[in-house]
Write a protein that binds this ligand. Sequence first.
Ligand SMILES: [Zn+2]
Length: 411
Amino acid sequence: MSIRQRLYPESGQVAGLVEHCHHARFVFNIGLEQRSMWRRDKHLRGPLSVPRVNAASQMRELAQLRAGTDWLRAGSSSVQQAALRDLDRAFMNFFAGRAKYPRFKRRSDREGSFVVRDLSVRRLNRKWGEVAVPKIGRVRFRISREWAQITCASSARVTHKNGRWHVAFTIPAPARFEPGTGPAVGIDRGVANTLALSDGHMLQAPSLTKFEQARFLRLQQRLARQQKDSQRRGKTLEALVVLRGRLENRRADWVEQTTTALACTHSVVAVEDLRIRNMVRRPKPKPAPGNPGVFLPNGARAKAGLNRAILASVWGRFLIRLEHKMPEGTLLRVDPRNTSLTCAVCGHCAHGNRESQAVFQCQSCEYTAHADTNAALVILDRALNTTTAAGHAVPGRARPVTAGNANQLAA
Ligand SMILES: [Zn+2]
């Protein structure tokens, strides 16, 4: 758990913070490369055998590296060591099946992060606090949460993204929510409705306004035409970053509110297992008339790409947060195959059941419902019974979430 507060570095402090981000990224990446090579070569025997690489050996080598590298030594050793701890945690999550294999961090002046250990914070007044950052000094942040909670933190992560700085204080995880006692619910995710609940509710994630969306597309087109490294391109990028940040904040709020509401209301929530990915359909190709095999631009690509990316990110974050908030074993994941074609009442599964994008009508029993609601009911049914409505046992369909497989699909 963490409390994220907006950081307001003075202009003289920004360069130092960016520097810390670069060092943390450098150390993380070099450590990752070393571990990957070791994993590749560890089976080698004899003269080629490689010494074991782990957190301890990497810490020692970091000290040697610093001794021989002036620019690294100029940075903060605690920030660089924390980057190795980050890497170690990433590997632990990977080994526990909670995350994918760690990935290299990309070099960027626009985003990055690093961890501050041995935290020291000070309150200036009601609205402002200061956090001590190694080699930089005290950096001001705006207090929007209870001060007592912030002082519980023992470390914090400073992040730079979308032109803004934040500090996330790591605090002990709170007790889980009072578990909901209400009925079990199934959730289907979609494009038209972000989430459809089996009780008929439709939940819509906020997006950019029409005006903002048009601007976003215009900016993207402009960006494609502009010369690399030109000043104008930089301006366009900045404008895009602002829009994206706005959207991200809106979505993040929505995810928090929705997952809390769900966890407090329902005793069991059933969702699709994301590892079988089949997100948003691509826009239909538009064939050029009288020219077989040639396609006209269908105009939908940029927009579809945007939508796809946004939906994917919302769903991932939604599941992670729901997982945090639901008691263990009450978030069930099921095989998502054919949920949109299967009848929730009789289990009949056919393409013809799908009257249209929005309407489901069973060809066998004539059950009619909103297509997404029907899918949510099927998901719930699979989770609770691990049998289809038709009575076919499907062993292993519903997989209660345990510490072992938690977050697996978040990766
Ligand atoms: Zn039916």
